[in-house]
Design a protein around this ligand. Structure first.
Ligand code: KG4
Ligand code: ZN
Length: 340
């Protein structure tokens, strides 16, 4: 273990998927410098992250990203006290690039490696964003990314109870697939593209079903909603599965596409809202049952790539207000994969 205080300097490295990220953070949670490159443009033509292309891109970028983060922080590598690196879950080929970089730094500067759990980091970054006074343990975290969709009762570092997970797709994945289906340019990420198109649409134009209403638990499902959106595309646009030629902007069709996007988003977000509301109740019950533990939830955290979405933030703010808890959403750059 490393004794940690305000003078402790830790370099964080993240290469679990398609972003190469690095950051220097102090032991008391100040972020001194960050750097990140995204591979969106590399994977866009393939319609998803291609692991060996991602690995190559990480290899090409990692040294520069680490150097830039150190430079932005004004910290020389020789002053680092530890190097932290995402060890999973993620694409193993990609994770390895970060781990090798961390091992090199560890050997060169004789500093320990801190292995980081990808999803735990998505949740705990809220303590940097919101401060440890506000984001005290225990808190409820909704983690929504391209690979995960989870509601977690976080009782401490390394002490989590998963209250619900997705039965099929994660919401980010559903956003990405639906964005391609709607013929959007997903070069900057499918989620943000769909969110932009949805702003022009009517969220009540299509009555897409809110998933799992009959299942009174905290699990998620996005496969059915994705299919409903696909059927609407096929019926009202006459376009089979994400036809690339469909990016030409036809006024009338753009309106239909925007309506589908907005209706998809409305149902998807409603699903998050309903599950999170129930999870607050479950978490409170679980805490009440733990003998001798009179702790209550300090806040609701929403993190992971999809937490960058405005309507996700708005709707979760509503839920949090309803249950009388503060909502903590890290800034978008700390919601997607990053070194911090
Ligand atoms: O956490 P993250 O960067 O990587 C994973 O660990 O998966 O999340 C990436 C996911 C992608 O599916 C992306 O489309 C989605 O987050 N995303 C969004 C938005 N920004 C990123 N989804 C909806 N709206 C957004 N604004
Ligand atoms: Zn992630």
């Amino acid at each position: 273990t490393v004794a940690v205080d305000a003078d402790t300097l830790i370099l964080g490295i993240e290469t679990s998927c398609d972003d190469t990220g690095a950051a220097v953070v102090t032991g008391d949670g100040r972020v001194l410098g960050e750097a990140k490159t995204s591979q969106d443009a590399i994977h866009a033509p393939w319609g998803g992250v291609v692991p060996n292309l991602a690995q190559e891109a990480h290899k090409a970028a990692i040294d520069d990203v680490v150097t830039t983060a150190l430079r932005n922080a004004g910290v020389d590598a020789s002053r680092l006290d530890a190097v932290a690196v995402t060890v999973g879950p993620g694409l193993s080929m990609c994770l390895r690039v970060g781990v090798v970089a961390a091992q090199d730094l560890s050997a060169a500067h004789k500093i320990p490696i801190v292995p980081v759990h990808h999803m735990e980091a998505h949740g705990l970054v809220a303590r940097l964003a919101g401060g440890t006074e506000l984001v005290r343990f225990p808190f409820l975290a909704l983690l929504v990314s391209g690979g995960h969709n989870q509601l977690i009762l976080t009782r401490g570092v390394g002490d989590h109870v998963i209250l619900g997970s997705t039965l099929d797709d994660a919401l980010g994945e559903a956003y990405d697939k639906t964005a391609r289906l709607l013929g959007l340019d997903v070069g900057g990420g499918g989620g943000p593209a769909l969110e932009r198109l949805a702003r022009e649409g009517n969220p009540r134009a299509y009555a897409f079903p809110v998933p799992l209403r009959k299942k009174k638990n905290c699990d998620f499902s996005y496969a059915g909603l994705k299919t409903a959106a696909r059927l609407a595309v096929e019926r009202d646009l006459g376009v089979p599965d994400g036809d690339a030629a469909f990016t030409t902007i036809d006024k009338a069709k753009r309106k239909i596409r925007a309506d589908i996007a907005a209706s998809f988003q409305a149902a998807a977000v409603k699903h998050l809202e309903e599950r999170t509301r129930r999870a607050v109740g479950w978490a409170n019950d679980a805490l009440a049952e733990e003998s001798g533990d009179a702790r209550t939830l300090s806040c609701v955290v929403v993190a992971g790539g999809v937490a960058a979405n405005e309507s996700v933030r708005e709707s979760l703010a509503r839920v949090a207000a309803e249950v009388g808890l503060p909502l903590v959403t890290p800034p978008p750059r700390w919601c997607t994969d990053n070194g911090v």
